[in-house]
Write a protein that binds this ligand. Structure first.
Ligand code: GLC
Length: 520
């Protein structure tokens, strides 16, 4: 099976959030599936596909389980992305509905790195801009043209390749033009039209709305006539994409169940419900090589399960770095994330005064909408000894917080999967989370399940509930001793790796998508 990913982000070439980490790790991990040395267990697991509601589908026979190396990842070349000197650069003529001649020349910049092939679409008018998706005035009005061009360029490059593609794995709305175009612009090109599409939704909150006017950048008038009903005001890329894909998934079983309801579906719930067993959830893995306290170079001391001496040193170093008293044992709560209402920094701000009264210290790190942390910043200005708000993208500090904090907070209102809670547990830092989406799938409440618990879970995204969970966490931390060490140890013992499950689930899904495409 030849698998090609199209995405707007892939770490380290483009990242604003978890999407970038996931596409990078997934592309590397699936390429190892089905290889001759794969274990019998991997092969068995890869034959089972888990849909929502526990529906299990057998992956089809007659479709190879072997994912060819290298997997391709198409992505835009945004401003400032540097490439290896020996990267191959090829001009590519791409249909462009806005160009007077109907075509635009872009550059395809290709190189192998990190276990897969990166194929950057380089076209400065589209991608050499301040932001990936928009500037201070909001989303770019021509995103339909920009991401349409990304997808068309990817399909044109695939037409020129010497091997046909079996699976197009499309991530989020920015990649959905590829399946629309497969159906309306490339129907006569078996190379493209025979490819199966797996669509992965990383966050239902971003759906890619294009007005009629904006659609002109995505498709020609003839193509638009096929894509949009006559009276419609425009088109939602995510919605169209998931209706045309062979298989659709989101990034945890918990979130998959939630988005089938109006409360979380953001209007997409009926569309997903119609897919039946062609929609499911696959929990993201974590790259356990990239995230490992035993080898993490950003830490002043490394540590691992069974010997947490280094973690104590990381704690002292973090507190010193933040200007807190490193000798104070009282709990330090860490929180990292995009500054977006989804993440619940406002809930933390409202709980903060009570938490400070009870002796906690707080460190928050994030970038995005500064308004989200204005209250927290005001509290930090009054209590610099106890609250630090760092508004920048700082990979090193993020790692030092995962390692040096005593507790990790994730009060997200909704969370498709979430990565911070997995990293925190792996770094020996019990997590306090809202029981939603991927958080509910990954953290077990220790008061409810004393022998299995890895953190503290609360039921509603409300200040009082968050505060109550923090109080329980702080009292466990204060009691310390063996019970605390066992809580940390259970979190550190979990194998979140892609190889432990998710990579095989994707490989099985690819096989199933291929066979569904053949049936259509
Ligand atoms: C989005 C979601 C997050 C998920 C990530 C990767 O950023 O908000 O929950 O972990 O995508 O799938």
């Amino acid at each position: 099976m030849r698998v090609v990913c199209i995405s707007a982000e892939c770490e380290p070439w483009a990242k604003t959030g978890g999407l970038g980490d996931v596409v990078d790790a997934l592309a590397r991990a699936v390429a190892a599936i089905g290889e001759p040395e794969a274990t019998a267990q991997q092969v068995v697991q890869s034959q089972v596909w888990v849909g929502t509601g526990g529906v299990m589908g057998q992956a089809p026979s007659g479709v190879s389980a072997h994912v060819e190396r290298p997997v391709d990842v198409f992505l835009p070349r945004y401003r400032g992305v540097s490439v290896p000197e020996d990267a191959k650069v090829t001009p590519l003529v791409v249909p462009d509905p806005l160009a007077p001649e109907g075509v635009t020349e872009v550059s395809l910049v290709e190189f192998e790195a990190r276990g897969y092939r990166v194929r950057l679409i380089d076209h400065p008018p589209a991608f050499d801009r301040e932001g990936y998706y928009g500037g201070i005035d909001g989303d770019y009005a021509d995103n339909g043209w920009r991401f349409g061009l990304l997808c068309r360029a990817a399909l044109e490059a695939l037409l020129d390749d010497d091997r046909p593609v079996d699976v197009l794995h499309l991530h989020d709305w920015q990649a959905m033009p590829a399946v629309l175009l497969r159906d309306v612009a490339y129907a006569a090109y078996p190379r493209i039209s025979s490819a199966a599409v797996m669509a992965t939704i990383h966050n239902m909150a971003y759906q890619g709305w294009l007005s009629r006017e904006q659609l002109a950048g995505l498709a020609t008038p003839d193509e638009i006539a096929e894509l949009v009903a006559p009276g419609a005001e425009g088109l939602l890329l995510l919605r169209e994409g998931i209706q045309r894909a062979e298989l659709v998934n989101t990034v945890s079983p918990g979130y998959a169940g939630e988005v089938l309801t109006p409360a979380f579906g953001m209007g997409m719930d009926p569309v997903l419900a119609r897919l039946g067993h062609r929609f499911g959830g696959i929990l993201n893995g974590l790259d356990t090589v990239v995230w490992d306290p035993a080898t993490d170079e950003a830490l002043s001391a490394t540590y691992s399960r069974g010997d947490l001496a280094g973690k104590a040193q990381c704690r002292r170093a973090l507190l010193t770095e933040l200007g807190f008293d490193p000798d104070d044992d009282r709990p330090v709560l860490g929180m990292i994330g995009r500054l977006d209402p989804q993440k619940g920094f406002d809930l933390l701000a409202r709980a903060a005064p009570a938490l400070l009264d009870e002796g906690a210290r707080i460190v928050a790190l994030g970038t995005g909408d500064r308004k989200q942390v204005s209250k927290l910043r005001a509290i930090a200005a009054k209590r610099p000894d106890a609250v630090a708000v760092v508004e920048k993208f700082d990979r090193g500090l993020a790692r030092r917080i995962y390692a040096g904090a005593d507790l990790y907070l994730m009060p997200s209102r909704f969370e498709p999967c979430g990565q911070g809670q997995m990293i925190a547990l792996r770094y020996g830092t019990p997590a306090i989370v809202h029981r939603t989406g991927g958080l509910a799938d990954t953290v077990v409440d220790v008061d409810a399940y004393p022998d299995e618990g890895t953190g503290f879970v609360f039921a509603a995204p409300k200040t009082a509930a968050l505060l109550e969970a923090c109080r329980r966490a702080m009292s466990h931390h204060h009691a310390g001793g063996e019970a605390w060490a066992a809580l940390q140890d259970r979190g550190m013992a979990i194998d979140w790796s892609w190889e432990a499950g998710p990579a095989e689930q994707y490989a099985a899904s690819y096989r199933r998508a291929v066979s569904l495409r053949r049936e259509r």
